[in-house]
Write a new protein. Structure first.
Length: 218
């Protein structure tokens, strides 16, 4: 191990540390997108907008902003563990870089595995021709991350289907009424859109939606 620099053990040279930091910063958006709750939240919010039928309301920037803040909220317990177990000991010079990285990845891996289906995890272990692990600590991030993404997409689409069903009922009801009245030239969306918006507002849709997303990570 190299001499202390500002009270921190240096396992790598300054050049390598700068290179590692730049690499991490370049990968940070992908990490946020794929190793957190962001994917599920954004996909479900997109399904809601599609179900209501408003193409650009809320705009993409608003949906991404909501997804980011919900992600920050749901990932706060994980970040607190990382700060306590990895960052603070590293800053105090009690552990080196490799130990800090190992301690930082543990809570992230734990979060991902809690949301990952066993079938998806087994799929990647089978593809890698490895035996299934006996403990959570034996699962590498190279397997946990893709299995987590597949599980998140599956869960998001399941929630999206449940979100779309009430709007589909409204669309079918409006189309049936217009057909029975002989008003086939009237676009069903012009009638269904305000009805779906009214329904969504009356049931306090955003509250129910965000609450369901938060509970799904419980």
């Amino acid at each position: 191990m190299k001499p202390l620099l500002d009270g921190v053990p240096q396992a790598f040279g300054p050049q390598l540390k700068i290179l590692a930091l730049l690499t991490f910063l370049s990968l940070l958006p992908a990490i946020v997108l794929t190793m957190s709750s962001f994917t599920r939240v954004l996909v479900v919010l997109s399904f809601v907008r599609q179900g209501i039928g408003t193409q650009q309301s809320p705009p993409n920037q608003v949906l991404v902003g909501i997804a980011l803040f919900v992600t920050v909220f749901t990932m706060t317990p994980v970040t607190q563990v990382i700060l306590k177990d990895a960052w603070e000991p590293y800053q105090a010079g009690k552990i080196d870089e490799s130990a800090a990285i190992e301690k930082a990845t543990a809570p992230i891996r734990g979060f991902m595995l809690r949301q990952t289906r066993e079938a998806d995890l087994a799929l990647f272990y089978k593809a890698a021709k490895k035996e299934l692990p006996k403990t959570e600590q034996e699962v590498p991030l190279s397997i946990a991350a893709p299995a987590f993404i597949v599980s998140e997409l599956t869960t998001a689409f399941q929630m999206g289907v449940l979100v779309l069903l009430p709007f589909l009922v409204v669309d079918l009801a409006v189309a049936s009424v217009l057909m029975s009245m002989g008003m086939m030239m009237v676009p069903p969306t012009s009638i269904a859109l305000p009805l779906k918006l009214l329904l969504f507002v009356l049931v306090d849709g955003w509250h129910l939606l965000v609450g369901s997303l938060l509970r799904s990570f419980g």
